[in-house]
Design a protein around this ligand. Structure first.
Ligand SMILES: Cc1cc2nc3c(=O)[nH]c(=O)nc-3n(C[C@H](O)[C@H](O)[C@H](O)COP(=O)(O)OP(=O)(O)OC[C@H]3O[C@@H](n4cnc5c(N)ncnc54)[C@H](O)[C@@H]3O)c2cc1C
Length: 498
């Protein structure tokens, strides 16, 4: 088989993948892959913003570090937190100066920095409530201008193998064809794992493919059970589509109601009520579900003035209205949701994994900066800082200068992708999600974890037994099984630590 050769393969066109490409040396021949259209990713969904010390009069690195460690329950990698916090402002400035990102500004032209839960200072640079989309579209525009970068969308990386310092990639395209590429370096920037749950705020691409592919190559996967659950996502039970209903709605006085439309938070948290931290509110919702036996929950701000609601929450108001609920007149259905992954492919301070030549950035990576729980708006910052550091590390190897010859194609033997189609993809994926919902949603249920782990092992073995046609459906299903297996194994191994 002939594999078309590149210097660097970047898997993912979210903010981490694109920012890596923009920082790579123009002499390097780069291939970027996106599973779907370029902007279908978690990056484009980010609402709040990017956290960095941008106002040195009122903020400093030590405060940002302290806030990050408190949120992470001191399970963070302090060296990498320091890199994140100290280098972050430079990347935020670059977004504006080099790539034209438009952050909201005060009348005097300075950045309008906002405050979010867990931050002791105003340090969130943002573009209204659509920051991720603004950064993602600006960076895509820039990367598409680069002559050394080839961007291919609707193409799923299905297999990745390594021989003699070269990575060989099997890519399944939208037209049902396979394309074959090889590269000296691979940057895994494939995003989160939300789709391993029924309820998630994540984009449809978040099936953990990069984590599963790296795991199969022997990369260390760390703290995959460090999953963040948000208490209030709009819960459309019919199609399991969830979107975030910002914490600010509770901040402005919304009540949480159970299936009987009764307020329940004061009985769990008499002082903080609905304004208790995210993980606490999520746990109270799950306790209340056990009491009532129903997973129906509501968020009610309808007692406030309609104009106030529309002015403060225009996007949420419109989104919810589209789903048939007028939040100025009635409660809206909500439920906790998987939201973010703190663990992932373990990397060092330069984004390198234990597999030589393999790097990882963004949500699929584990730099350890978030510890057990992510501080709001630190993830976009992590995606920027560590993807740039990866690019700088690859640039420093000067491979294009050292190269004496460059064959456009390399011969390599990979097994044929043919086999029987995975006809029961939907059933298998539903079963995995149902296991994860029962075993580990907000907190672990060890009985369900033990049972679920046994069944997930069987599913994983069945998928790995060979004989299946290798395509997008098979890859995503196998990734979900692998991710579920690693998460539940970790939960089970740590059961005595709780
Ligand atoms: C609703 C929501 C709100 C958020 N708000 C904030 C916020 O305000 N601030 C903040 O800091 N963070 C926020 N986050 C988190 C943040 O957006 C993400 O962690 C971050 O954007 C992840 O970027 P990424 O580049 O790692 O992955 P993504 O942006 O998800 O990109 C992943 C890419 O990988 C590609 N891919 C995956 N698998 C394959 C494959 N097999 N083959 C080819 N390509 C593949 C996808 O097509 C996609 O291009 C939010 C997340 C969500 C869901």
């Amino acid at each position: 088989m002939k594999f078309k050769r590149f210097d660097v393969l970047i898997v993912g066109t979210g903010i981490s993948g694109i920012y890596a490409a923009l920082n790579l040396d123009a002499k390097l021949n780069v291939l970027m892959l996106s599973k779907k259209e370029l902007t279908l990713c978690n990056s484009a969904l980010a609402q709040g913003g990017v956290a960095a010390v941008m106002d040195s009069k009122n903020d400093d690195f030590e405060l940002h570090i302290k806030d990050t460690l408190i949120a992470g329950q001191y399970k963070n990698n302090l060296d990498n937190v320091r890199i994140l916090v100290e280098q972050g402002p430079r990347d935020v400035e670059r977004l504006v100066e080099k790539y034209g990102v438009d952050f909201d500004r005060n009348e005097d032209g300075s950045l309008a920095l906002t405050l979010e839960g867990g931050h002791s200072r105003r340090r969130i640079a943002h573009h209204k409530d659509t920051t991720g989309k603004e950064i993602e579209t600006c960076l895509i525009e820039q990367v598409c201008k680069l002559k050394n970068v080839t961007v291919i969308n609707n193409s799923v990386l299905c297999r990745l193998e390594k021989e003699n310092n070269t990575f060989f990639a099997d890519v399944f395209t939208q037209s049902g064809e396979h394309e074959y590429y090889c590269a000296d370096f691979v940057i895994m920037a494939t995003g989160g794992i939300g789709r391993v749950y029924n309820y998630t705020t994540n984009s449809a691409i978040a099936t953990g493919d990069g984590i599963a592919l790296a795991y199969n190559l022997g990369a260390e996967i760390k703290n995959l059970s460090y999953v963040q659950f948000h208490p209030t996502a709009f819960a459309d039970r019919k199609n399991h589509e969830c979107f975030l209903v910002s914490e600010a709605v509770r901040g402005e006085g919304a009540y949480l109601l159970n299936c009987n439309k009764e307020r329940f938070m004061p009985s769990y948290e008499p002082e903080r009520k609905e304004l208790a931290p995210r993980d606490v509110v999520s746990k109270c919702i799950m306790e209340e579900q056990k009491k009532t036996g129903s997973d129906e929950f509501w968020l009610d701000i309808s007692y406030k003035d309609a104009d106030f609601i529309k002015m403060h929450f225009p996007m949420i108001y419109e989104n919810v209205l589209e789903k048939g609920y007028d939040m100025t007149k009635e409660p809206i259905p909500i439920y906790p949701c998987q939201h973010y992954l703190m663990g992932g492919i373990n990397v060092d301070g330069k984004g390198a994994t234990n597999v030589e030549g393999l790097y990882s950035a963004g949500e699929c990576s584990h730099t350890g900066v978030h510890g057990k729980n992510r501080l709001a708006s630190n993830s976009l910052l992590e995606a920027l800082v560590f993807s740039r550091l990866i690019a700088e590390d690859i640039n420093s190897k000067n491979i294009s200068d050292k190269r004496t010859d460059f064959d456009e194609y390399v011969e390599y033997n990979m097994t044929a992708p043919d086999g029987k189609p995975l006809s029961d993809k939907a059933e298998i994926q539903d079963e995995i999600r149902s296991i994860m919902q029962k075993a580990y949603f907000v907190y672990p249920d060890y009985n369900e974890t033990e049972k679920g782990l046994k069944r997930i092992k069987e599913i994983k073995q069945q998928l790995e037994s060979g004989g299946y046609e290798i395509n997008a459906d098979y890859t995503e299903t196998k990734s979900l099984a692998t991710v579920a297996y690693i998460i539940l194994s970790e939960i089970w191994e740590r059961r005595d630590e709780e």
